[in-house]
Design a binder for this molecule. Structure first.
Ligand SMILES: Cc1cc2nc3c(=O)[nH]c(=O)nc-3n(C[C@H](O)[C@H](O)[C@H](O)COP(=O)(O)O)c2cc1C
Length: 413
């Protein structure tokens, strides 16, 4: 018998209404890029049998799954092996995924992605990557070239409008592919965040300069996508405290509270049913303490004259609570992600600091994560070396054992 605490009686296993769907528990599978889809042609990758198996394994009755980030158009992409949602073959491939998870009573949202400057010409038929400005990411792109040797192109207003339309068209295709909804990827340093963060967006037109202008493009995307598929099928992911891909906003607290206020003030037909945020403590490279120390060195934890100048809302402390409060008043549900484990998930819900908890890496290594948490069963550790592809592709993807298999393998069944 396991000595771990079963979480069955906790809020984690209480139902939740999320827009058009009714969840039976609040253990959400986070969006995780796994780079294991089949290449159909240059820049076009299609969901395959292995992807169907992977999502099918992780489906649980009444559970919510978020797909890996999914390019909305041929030139929204930045990485090989990543399935898009812009060709009929991709829609057909995803339909097999959504069918497989629906059979098990789960729900799935497609995460709609435009990488912006996190791409390179060799992946874009020689085109320049698009962004808010021509400021490149530091370091090397995936093809080994220096990002700085191919700086992005600052988008024209026409290109912004086209991209808003592409988000809406991709959302419609996602619904056609059987998705229960879509999550707009406004996090982790990709295109929409490149407009939000003030260390990247140095535009002087209606899409840059002031805070209001920096938020314009993401808000236009929300309006277009909700108009296309219905607000009760749309969420958005945001990461105010993100450093990944060289984002570093001068005032995440004040600036994202403003954005949340704008989202909360949208008419009901354009108001997304949830906002999904990443905890300040999470970082791609730094550990929790290093990340929180680094953040408080320049954000809302600042005191004195400098804080007066840069933190108009005078929000103290780097916490998602600032945003949760604003959104909750407008009836927008809140999903929280970043370093959640068995121990800290329930306290987050008990404190009413989120409506559901999102697990990324632990869902990679535990196909039956909801059951393991519910029944107090031990968790498999994840293997970072197989996160972004492996040889064979099933390694670290579909071969993590379910609890019963693990017991058999250990001779304890
Ligand atoms: C392998 C891997 C791939 C990821 N891919 C995505 C992605 O496609 N979209 C996204 O928004 N976040 C992505 N993330 C971030 C996760 O969704 C999550 O926010 C992060 O892993 C923190 O949660 P965790 O501590 O539960 O893993 C990825 C993380 C990992 C480890």
């Amino acid at each position: 018998m396991s000595s771990l605490l079963p979480l069955e009686e906790t809020l984690l296993f209480k139902p939740l209404r999320l827009g058009a769907i009714q969840l039976e528990h609040r253990v959400v599978q986070g969006p995780t890029t796994r780079m294991r889809s089949t290449k159909e042609s240059e820049g076009v990758f299609v969901p395959n049998d292995l992807n169907v198996e992977y999502y099918g394994q992780r489906a649980s009755k009444g559970g919510l799954m978020l797909t890996e980030a999914t390019p909305i158009s041929r030139y929204a992409a930045g990485y090989p092996g990543v399935p898009g949602i812009f060709t009929p073959s991709q829609v057909a491939g995803w339909k097999r995924v959504t069918d497989a998870i629906h059979v098990k009573g789960a729900f799935i949202f497609c995460q709609l992605w435009h990488v912006g400057r996190a791409s390179c010409p060799s992946f874009l038929d020689g085109r320049k990557a698009l962004s808010a400005s021509n400021i490149p990411i530091s370091g090397k792109a995936l093809d080994g070239s220096e990002y700085a040797d191919n700086p992005p192109k600052a988008m024209t207003v026409e290109e912004i409008k086209e991209t808003v339309d592409e988000f809406a068209a991709a959302a419609k295709r996602a619904v056609e592919a059987g998705f229960d909804g879509v999550e707009i990827h406004g996090a982790n340093g990709y295109l929409l965040e490149q407009f939000l963060h003030d260390n990247i967006n140095n535009r002087t037109d209606a899409y840059g300069g002031s805070l209001e202008n920096r938020c314009r493009f993401p808000l236009e995307v929300i309006k277009a996508v909700t108009a296309a598929v219905g607000a009760d099928r749309v969420g958005i992911r945001l990461s105010p405290y993100n450093y990944f891909q060289d984002t570093r906003d001068s005032d995440p607290n004040g600036h994202w509270v403003y954005l949340c206020e704008q989202i909360a003030a949208l008419p009901s037909e354009n108001r997304p049913c949830y906002v999904h945020m990443i905890e300040p403590r999470f970082d791609e490279v730094l550990d929790e303490k290093e990340k929180l120390d680094a953040l408080s060195a320049y954000t809302g934890d600042k005191k004195g004259v400098e804080a007066e100048a840069t933190a108009p809302k005078k929000l103290v402390g780097n916490t998602l609570d600032h945003f949760r409060g604003v959104l909750q008043k407008a009836g927008i549900k809140f999903l929280s992600a970043g370093n959640f484990k068995r121990e800290n998930a329930v306290p987050k819900l008990d404190a009413d600091a989120a409506d559901a908890v999102v697990f990324g890496r632990l869902f990679i290594s535990n196909p039956d994560l909801p059951r393991r948490l519910k029944e107090g069963l031990p968790l498999n550790a994840y293997d970072r070396s197989t996160f972004y592809g492996a040889d064979p592709p099933k390694k670290g993807y579909t071969d993590y054992p379910f609890y019963e298999e693990e017991k058999r393998a250990n001779g304890t069944a």
